[in-house]
Design a protein around this ligand. Structure first.
Ligand SMILES: C[S@@+](CC[C@H](N)C(=O)[O-])C[C@H]1O[C@@H](n2cnc3c(N)ncnc32)[C@H](O)[C@@H]1O
Length: 324
């Protein structure tokens, strides 16, 4: 193991503390600084394959084994003592975070399309973003209830600017399907516990909404298929109802694939008779980001429709700023 590798990991954890955790999760900020400052932790984590060194994955692997640490000191001490278990958790799992709150940023676009809709989600994880019509939303004073009355639907709050074209009612979905390299079943209790563990510890409301969304998905199973969206897209849309608007959408997915594969996906989606909604970090599609009249903020996702930028979104769906 070289000093360069250790230095890179030190930097990775400091960057996470400064740019991702600060102001969002005081605990994760302190844990990432503890890693960066503790050579023994840097050495242990550096031995993992690169994709397994991510702070999110390591902290969740710790929590799965030992619960939420009460301090950075406790975390550092117990990580060293229980490294074998934490390491096994990190190697066996991935950060497939499924955040149904992202539906709040998709709803204004979905509601503007001719109804009913057929939804194909790429990189669906457990498919919780496939039920935007079943959730309730609060955009400032505007409340939107699901068309089908449900007991205790999750309520997603989203801070919007005054340019966002808010719908007056929810949407109608007649067909829904997800594709994922590794689809997760909502009935797999262990996998769902892991997804809940990926939610940052202070985000209690997100965890509650996750559980409510999970109940809906369990009561209304939808089809999740295993596949690679970059190579297989067309074969998943052969039975879309003819009267529905097909929407292919994805959030926080294409950062995980190489640039040539991303382009392959774009070429494939463009060949479909579909509306394409992308909600990804601005670096994922630099050519779309370049069309934005304002510089995309680093801490937001870029929402685009058919390759045109239309908004910046909070990564968990907590905000939507419209691009005029
Ligand atoms: C961070 S999760 C996001 C899940 C969901 N889109 C959401 O917003 O909650 C990314 C998901 O994309 C999937 N994924 C990554 N590359 C993919 C590909 N080429 N084809 C299909 N799924 C992919 C991963 O397996 C993972 O479940």
């Amino acid at each position: 193991m070289t000093n360069d590798v250790h230095r890179d990991l030190h930097e990775k954890y400091l960057t996470f503390a400064d740019h991702e955790a600060r102001g969002v999760s005081p605990l994760y900020e302190s844990l990432s600084r503890a890693v960066a400052q503790t050579p023994e932790l840097v050495e242990l984590i550096s031995e993992l394959p690169l994709p397994k060194q991510q702070p999110n994955l390591i902290f969740a692997a710790y929590r799965l084994a030992l619960g939420v640490p009460s301090s950075a000191e406790e975390f550092a001490d117990r990580t060293v003592r229980h490294w074998q278990t934490i390491r096994e958790n990190a190697l066996a799992r991935a950060t497939q975070t499924n955040e149904p709150g992202r539906c709040a940023t998709l709803l204004p676009v979905l509601a503007s399309l001719p109804q009913p809709l057929a939804l194909l989600e790429v990189g669906a994880s457990a498919g919780l973003c496939l039920f935007p019509d079943r959730y309730a939303y609060r955009y400032g004073d505007r409340h939107i209830e699901p068309r089908k009355r449900l007991d205790h639907p999750p309520v997603f709050k989203c801070v919007v600017d005054s340019n966002v074209p808010l719908p007056s009612q929810s949407i109608e979905v007649v067909w829904r399907r997800g594709i994922d390299l590794n689809p997760l079943s909502v009935d797999d209790v262990d996998a769902m516990d892991w997804l809940r563990t990926l939610i940052w510890p202070e985000h209690v409301g997100r965890a509650q909404n996750f559980d409510r969304a999970l109940e809906i998905a369990r009561s209304e199973p939808c089809e999740l298929r295993q596949g690679d969206a970059c190579t297989d897209l067309a074969r998943f849309v052969d039975d879309v109802p003819r009267n529905a608007t097909l929407v292919v959408f994805h959030s926080a997915v294409l950062a995980y694939v190489s640039r040539p594969e991303r382009q392959r996906f774009v070429d494939a989606v463009r060949c479909l008779d579909a509306v394409w909604i992308a909600n990804e970090h601005p670096r994922v599609f630099p050519n779309i980001a370049a069309k934005s009249p304002v510089t995309p903020p680093e801490d937001k996702f870029l929402l685009s429709v058919d390759g045109a930028p239309i908004g910046f979104t909070g990564p968990h769906g907590q905000s939507l700023d419209w691009i005029r």
